[in-house]
Design a binder for this molecule. Structure first.
Ligand SMILES: Cc1cc2nc3c(=O)[nH]c(=O)nc-3n(C[C@H](O)[C@H](O)[C@H](O)COP(=O)(O)OP(=O)(O)OC[C@H]3O[C@@H](n4cnc5c(N)ncnc54)[C@H](O)[C@@H]3O)c2cc1C
Length: 462
């Protein structure tokens, strides 16, 4: 089984040898003060902050595979301040100050992850090098400058988001496609699986009981049902994020969107001297069909992109983690961005699904009457967001009246997705046809494609 987990991604494959040996499952019934379902970042951060705040609290984490099996172990390793919320809509409902507070909390979470990793001895290759978003055609120059203006409208300044000329960009990262870039310092590169596995060890050291290879089949007030028994608890937290769609009655909670990644072999020093990125910034460009990358601590590119099909009925399956055509396309973009990498081999291909709520708003909730809580819907930006979510869920469970529990994503309920086949048609039309068409049009005309961009937002709810 360890080999199976090791083959999930480059990140899993590069963990120390015995790191993926599963912990014992829970065999039979049990009880606890808090039961957390899902051993990804959301579940583990929640357990961490609960255990820190109240060391005598009996907290149990139930994980169907191993901690870090899901998105938390396989992602692009961007601990970024980006968050899946529609600011204007949220501000109209909850006020602008709340949205600004949430954005600031996310920036702080990037540092908080580094602080906890250092304090707890989690060696997760944390490097706060910021993010460089290249403009690779004139349309992207225009839309990225608009993005900076938008960030400044929300209280950020030049120190948070600023335009870099091509020469300034080169002092950080060199791509011959670059016409300049947006730089933000609010992102750290991490090794995602080391963070997840390390956090699990720390949490266990604080007295939290973690059971792996223990699948929960239903979640409700008073406890959960596993394949082998019930676990009774007055507080029950669903931290299964995209896998929530596999729980009874939850199929339309999120649309799972697959995003696929590759890793190169380690590049030699002379190649990195040409590319730069000494501070290990994360990078992307201004296209609609999102791509994202980082320079890993061992000198590879880890690079990913969206564009894989949405699967009918919100299906999740390991077979969807690999798609030759999409992986080839992702590789093509990386080689196009950085021709300096020459014939460098691709050593790993993998993927996973991100959770897309119908209104693109991540959310957190805890019902004090039933004792049931949840957090998720991060739309591919959950590394830092899950840290804030974990702190918030912990405060909610403990009944603390902190600033976190008043942030505007707390208590938000996204509408359910349309039934099939509407969901399948809408999402695939948007992500598979409109996004590439908008990128192609912008590359050709040099102008932002407002019509296709608008249609994309309409169809996908973004
Ligand atoms: C390829 C990829 C790249 C990404 N890149 C980035 C990035 O660079 N930056 C960023 O911010 N975000 C990124 N994301 C998103 C980010 O990884 C997620 O938002 C985040 O990890 C979600 O954490 P989580 O703990 O909520 O969910 P998960 O990590 O998915 O954890 C849920 C856990 O629940 C377990 N589980 C599921 N069902 C059950 C059950 N019935 N019983 C018990 N356990 C169960 C699963 O096995 C899993 O371990 C990416 C995602 C993917 C897939």
């Amino acid at each position: 089984m360890t080999d199976h987990y090791r083959s999930l991604s480059f990140w899993h494959d590069s963990l120390p040898d015995d790191d993926l040996t599963p912990r014992a499952p829970l065999d039979g019934a049990a009880s606890a003060d808090v039961v957390i379902v899902g051993g990804g970042y959301t579940g583990l951060w929640t357990a961490y902050y609960l255990a820190k705040a109240q060391p005598d609290l009996d907290v149990v984490v139930l994980e169907s595979e191993v901690c870090g099996f899901g998105a938390s172990g396989r992602n692009g390793g961007w601990a970024t301040q980006e968050v899946a919320v529609r600011r204007e809509k949220m501000a109209a409902r909850h006020g602008r100050d709340g949205v600004v507070a949430l954005l600031r909390e996310l920036c702080d979470a990037v540092d908080q992850i580094g602080r906890v990793a250092a304090a707890e001895g989690i060696d997760c290759d944390y490097a706060k090098g910021g993010t460089v978003t290249f403009a690779t055609n004139p349309a992207q120059v225009e839309s990225l400058k608009d993005r900076i203006a938008h960030e400044h409208e929300w209280g950020f300044g030049e120190g948070d988001f600023r335009w870099l000329s091509p020469a300034e960009t080169e002092s950080i990262a060199r791509s011959p496609r670059s016409l300049g870039s947006v730089f933000t310092p609010h992102c750290a590169a991490v090794h995602p699986a080391k963070l997840a596995r390390g956090l699990a060890r720390v949490v266990e050291g604080l007295g939290v009981r973690i059971y792996e290879e223990t699948r929960v089949t239903s979640i409700g007030p008073g406890g959960v049902q596993t394949e082998r028994g019930t676990v009774a608890a007055p507080a029950v937290l669903n931290c299964t994020e995209v896998f929530t769609v596999e729980l009874p009655g939850m199929r339309r909670r999120y649309a799972p969107l697959y995003t696929l990644m590759i890793a190169t072999e380690p590049l030699d020093d002379s190649t990195w001297a040409e590319i730069g990125m000494e501070t290990r910034p994360t990078f992307d460009d201004g296209r609609h069909l999102i791509v994202y990358g980082q320079r890993t601590a061992d000198g590879r590119f880890a690079f990913g992109g969206r564009g894989a099909p949405y699967h009918f009925g919100s299906r999740l399956s390991p077979e969807f983690d690999r798609d030759d055509a999409i992986h080839d396309a992702v590789e093509g973009v990386l080689r196009w961005m950085f021709p300096q990498m020459g014939e460098a081999r691709i050593t790993h291909r993998w993927g996973g699904a991100v959770a897309l709520p119908r209104d693109w708003q991540a959310s957190i909730g805890f019902d004090r009457t039933t004792g049931v809580g949840y957090a998720g819907g991060y739309v591919g930006t959950g590394v830092a967001a899950s840290n804030v979510a974990g702190r918030t869920l912990a405060d909610l469970v403990l009944g603390l009246d902190t600033d976190l529990v008043h942030l505007p994503w707390v208590g938000h309920r996204s509408p359910r997705w349309e039934p099939e086949p509407f969901r399948w048609v809408g999402i695939n039309l948007g992500r598979r046809l409109l996004a590439p068409a908008a990128d192609a049009s912008e590359a050709r005309t040099g102008k932002p494609s407002r019509f296709l961009g608008g249609a994309l937002r309409f169809l996908t709810g973004r």
